[in-house]
Design a protein around this ligand. Structure first.
Ligand code: SF4
Length: 439
């Protein structure tokens, strides 16, 4: 039978989908890109914002239109909405199975039962079975997502993740390293270590495992060019980790460190476990020890009780730090969280919108200024893919997208590009050297 997985949300979901497809492939299921060609469609969902949930219900509507047109389709729901709504989803006529975030190891059994007509809900914890040995059908042949820690213990007051993904659970260091070595043997040049709270990695294992230790061991793996990690929590970002990044040449000079707000009052209400000053100290320490490093962040505007003064604190923090990328979001209450239970969503929509626009404008200006410093420089990228007939793109170790023309396909190869044009977004240039193809 043919199976299609539609993935919403974060890279951890992308990696979960790769695992589910890998497992299903071993049982003879054939992955297809188009749901119209599939017998089984799995929606691997995200619940982090209302918008993501709306997209899921929209997709279900699309699949139902296919069914109404006569297509026979088994629909299953995995990911955070499956966990949040639970077996209640089975009350819908269109949903045949529900799979919890920790139950992905049971995918073959659940799909098999759904195919034979059963309505199935499975929330078993199979995470300890998700090892280097488990087959994965990866989207890319050059870059691999490697989840190293599941769940989150932080309980930020606005966030649904600890409820949908459960407590932190790290994979054993040896198992992760085995996966990294296998990937490098198979020609992968880049890996990204993933976790909702990646710098917490190892704390639950009760030995000396840490993200710093993993990065320094992965740095020794031959064949790998770049190692990324996502997403870090400021108060877990240790001095040892900073030192490791500074001394490990393969670790990308790109750190994503969500600040969420520049106001201490709001940080406290969000249950973020650091102050504005502690966050700034961390940034200066990273810049001092690692040197030329790109730091990006996430910000939420319009959190309950956010005054103009709180917002100005956030604005000033962005001006001061000059991040290389900022993911901006308007606060939206998530049912079941502390903020949803105890705080009124009292910042009017137009005020949230105006604050979002102000930060967008500021960040656009900062991005354009930073990018202008690249004019005339030669940067090294790893080719990631094709934009059209002749244009390709890749990423620098500071996570800058570079677009260039090439007669040959440089995907998966190192390319030195001379930057000829900059914008607030991508950089544009001409290749001056392309690594010879190994084929
Ligand atoms: S650190 Fe906070 S925002 Fe991030 S996943 Fe955990 S609870 Fe959510």
């Amino acid at each position: 039978m043919k199976v299609h997985i539609h993935t919403f949300g974060c890279q951890m979901n992308v990696n979960d989908s790769e695992i589910m497809l890998g497992l299903l492939s071993t049982q003879g299921y054939i992955p297809v890109d188009n749901p119209a060609d599939a017998d089984i469609v799995i929606l691997n969902t995200c619940a982090v914002r209302q918008k993501a949930e709306d997209k899921f219900y929209g997709k279900l509507g699309e699949l139902n239109r296919l069914r109404k047109a006569g297509k026979k389709l088994i629909i299953g729901v995995a990911g955070c909405i499956a966990e949040k709504v639970g077996r209640k989803l089975l009350e819908r006529e269109d949903v045949q199975f529900v799979l919890g975030t920790r139950a992905i190891g049971r995918i073959c059994d659940v799909v098999g039962r759904a195919v034979s007509g059963e309505k199935v809900a499975c929330f078993d914890d199979t995470l300890s079975q998700i090892s280097a040995e488990v087959p994965k059908l990866r989207q890319s042949k050059h870059h691999a997502w490697v989840t190293i820690i599941y769940g989150c213990d932080k309980f930020c007051s606005y966030c649904i993740v600890p409820y949908t993904r459960g407590r932190e659970k790290s994979r054993p260091l040896d198992d992760v390293l085995q996966e990294v070595k296998d990937l490098s043997r198979r020609g992968y040049r880049e890996i990204t270590f993933l976790g909702q709270n990646v710098d917490s990695y190892g704390k639950d294992l009760g030995d000396d495992t840490s993200l710093a230790k993993l990065l320094s061991l992965a740095n020794e793996v031959e064949g790998l060019e770049r190692i990324w990690f996502l997403t870090s929590y400021p108060s877990d970002f240790s001095s040892q980790l900073i030192e490791t990044i500074a001394t490990s040449e393969k670790v990308a000079r790109s750190i994503h460190l969500p600040v969420q707000s520049g106001s201490d009052r709001i940080l406290k209400a969000m249950n973020r476990r650091y102050t504005r000053e502690e966050y700034l100290q961390l940034i200066w320490q990273i810049r001092e020890q690692v040197g030329d490093v790109s730091i990006s962040t996430d910000v939420i505007v319009g959190f309950p009780g956010e005054t103009e003064e709180d917002f100005v604190q956030t604005f000033k923090l962005l001006e001061k730090v000059r991040f290389e990328r900022v993911n901006l979001a308007m606060y939206s209450p998530r049912e079941g969280t502390v903020a949803w239970k105890h705080f009124e969503d009292d910042v009017p929509k137009d005020v949230k919108n105006a604050r979002l626009q102000a930060l967008l404008e500021l960040q656009k200006r900062i991005n354009a200024e930073i990018n202008r410093t690249y004019l005339g420089k030669v940067v090294r990228i790893i080719g990631e893919g094709k934009l059209d007939e002749r244009r390709y793109y890749g990423r620098t170790e500071k996570n800058k997208i570079v677009i260039f023309c090439s007669e040959e396909n440089p995907t998966g190869r190192l390319v030195d590009v001379k930057i000829e044009k900059t914008t607030a977004g991508p950089l544009y240039g001409k290749p001056v050297w392309i690594e010879p193809s190994k084929n």
